[in-house]
Write a protein that binds this ligand. Sequence first.
Ligand code: AOF
Ligand code: ZN
Length: 340
Amino acid sequence: MKDNHKKYIERTFYLANKGLGNVSPNPMVGCVIVKAGKIIGESYHKEYGKEHAEINAINSVVDKSQLKGSSFYINLEPCSHHGKTPPCSDEIIKHKPKEVIISNLDQNPIVNGRGIKKLKNNGISVKENILKEKGLIINKRFFKNQITGLPYIILKWAETEDGFIARKDGSSKWISNELSRMLVHKWRSEEAGILVGVNTANIDNPSLNVRSWKGRDPVRIVLDPNQKLKSKTKLLKDKGAVLIYNKEKNKKTNNKNFIQNKSFELQHILRDILEKGIGSLIVEGGAKTLNNFIKEGLWDEARVFVSNKTFKEGIKAPKFDTDQYEKIGDNKLYTIFNHA
Ligand code: AOF
Ligand code: ZN
């Protein structure tokens, strides 16, 4: 008999995605509850620290007696731990559904199969790995965090048609077009942190917030080993929070958090960033910083705009190897994944 497992798991993906930008470093999770071929409730994990998807979905069912004998579809194994909220698997068990259908195992070591085990021990049938590969991509940030202890890293830059990322003086405004820059603001709203090197902070004097899109501002981070960040930069002048990684001082004044890292190894800094709860980063330059991430292999995606402007001379952009692109007005957008 044909089942509808893929169809409903697809819907959990759709719901899960609504949490993008608001749940990090938690996974994005959607839950659909089906009874006699009808969806009787559904919801998703909306905000970090708040109710998990399953609880919101259960709460959306008007007549709770309907839950008995129902099918729960969830893109992630329900949790088994007492965290910021009680375990979802216990709450599901209380309502006596007949089955739970899941896409991915929760690779958080405190769950990792225990949720599934609890359900099975209570006589609930469990099916796993429905559209597993797609589920892994949807929660690429969470799985990277759990498996490696590092944030998910997206490199972004714009380069001219003749391959320059900046002029000779290091300035890089404005290579890409307005539409591309708007898209970058959307991307910023989707990630937990935004990182630049000190030269970009000083030369371009960016705000690094979300202005041309509706959404949350990522936490701003500057790599400034030798404390060269100028006091007149917007990053230090405005009221917003900034983390400034440097070799010398640990000090927090008015939202400006100087964090000492003596060795200044990129991997070490990135681990610290994840430990602060920042599960993903968009890295917006400059050339030296981007090249460091590339050299160390510490990146997951590169999103590269190529404009039709030419500089003739300047600072060369990192080289990449792909000929697949989308058109963003008169810009080309290349997306490269690091499968190393
Ligand atoms: C679920 N459903 O919707 C999510 C789950 O800090 P807490 O208590 O919110 O727990 C976070 C962990 O719970 C997270 O690392 C992941 O293992 C799991 N997330 N589990 O059953 C959900 N978001
Ligand atoms: Zn849960």
